[in-house]
Design a protein around this ligand. Sequence first.
Ligand code: 4NP
Length: 147
Amino acid sequence: MYKPGNVLMVCLGNICRSPLAQGVFQNMSKEYNIKVDSAGIANYHTGHPPDKRSIYVAQKNGIDISKQKARQFKVEDFKIFQYIFVMDKQNFFSLKKLCETYQTNSLIQLLNKPYEIEDPYYGDDKSFEIAYNKIYQGCKRVLSSWR
Ligand code: 4NP
């Protein structure tokens, strides 16, 4: 991971973790002329704004993610994004499965490698704080590999 490139953050629903990851990475990577987006493996929440608890934890850290809209991952994303960062192993295997029938050079990797970022959806505010901190660490990890 030596070269800056377009980044797609992926989780299951695209309403809790990956919108936060998009916001944090956009905020940290302003020096680069890259595209940063997020998507979900599932389509349950297409068109929805992020979960209120994600909006809140982002806002506490000076980041506005309230205008984001959830969307589902599509194979065309493999052409646009050189880096696809996933939150957990389930996301990882879902994308690897798509690669069995779709050729891509995109790097698919756990954002906070080697750790997973657990789904906070059924948790409490503390679960969102934990997810935020792990996302922040993961974004730092990626950026430090580019510098
Ligand atoms: P996310 O969390 O993958 O971090 O966006 C989830 C949000 C919603 C659901 C699952 C995970 N859901 O089952 O609706």
